[in-house]
Ligand binder design. Sequence first.
Ligand code: CAA
Length: 258
Amino acid sequence: MAEYETILVERRGAVTLVTLNRPQALNALNSQVLADLLAAFAAFDADATQGCAVLTGSDKAFAAGADIKEMAAQGFADMYGTNFFGGYETLTRTRKPVIAAVAGYALGGGCELAMMCDFILAADTAKFGQPEIKLAVSPGMGGSQRLARAVGKAKAMEMCLTGRMMDAAEAERAGLVSRIVPAADLVEDAVKTAATIAAMAPLAVIANKEMVNAAYETTLSAGVQFERRLFNGLFGTADQKEGMAAFVEKRAGQWTGK
Ligand code: CAA
């Protein structure tokens, strides 16, 4: 298993657990974190033994944002010329599901990174916010777009304009997180949820992820078409035959990923 500077990666059966590990900076996201995440998620996606990933941080912080110390001296040409946060778009193209397990602060780029995952499980200690305006900037990793889609314009606008944080209960009410779990159980619960997903037929997992994501990129009729094409396509898989036969025969399906 590869060693990384700023993250820890371990396999728990078919689940890859990725832990942000810059405790001295509350997991602030610098260029090395991005490079490590890109390498780890590319390896995860390419590994047929792995079916779902969990991305988590520490009890105190999932991530307190992009690394302000790294960004402070950059000029427009540096940020625009290097497409400073552009690499995160690659991360969102991971084909297999990634669950964000968030405890403590998920601020700025930390909130944005959590929202790039397929869904967010929150500890009761989680706090979400886009405080960039206090630094005289704005979200830069997709926060204004993904937060608005997740919680609607009113809350997204208020959070971006005031920097106010949302606690876990508000985040759940607003639809930003799928569930809240006690902080002590967060990682175990996320890994268990990921194991449930990893035990499904792999092509169906990818198809389900693709079609839900399409809902954010298309019109309703185009999205429904896209769903139906993928749904119909799954009838060309051996696992569909096995899944439906297993149901009729009252046994568990055995997947081949074909
Ligand atoms: N970048 C760099 N370092 C950070 C950091 C960040 N985003 N957040 C925290 N740290 C560092 C602190 O500087 C501090 O380091 P030192 O011990 O060397 O001083 C260490 O982590 C611990 O932080 P605090 O002492 O501040 O801890 P706290 O418990 O008092 O406060 C906090 C916690 C409220 C999260 C506070 O750290 C904070 O406000 N952090 C910044 C949050 C922020 O503004 N995030 C947005 C960043 S910009 C961005 O993300 C752009 C984008 O959209 C891509």
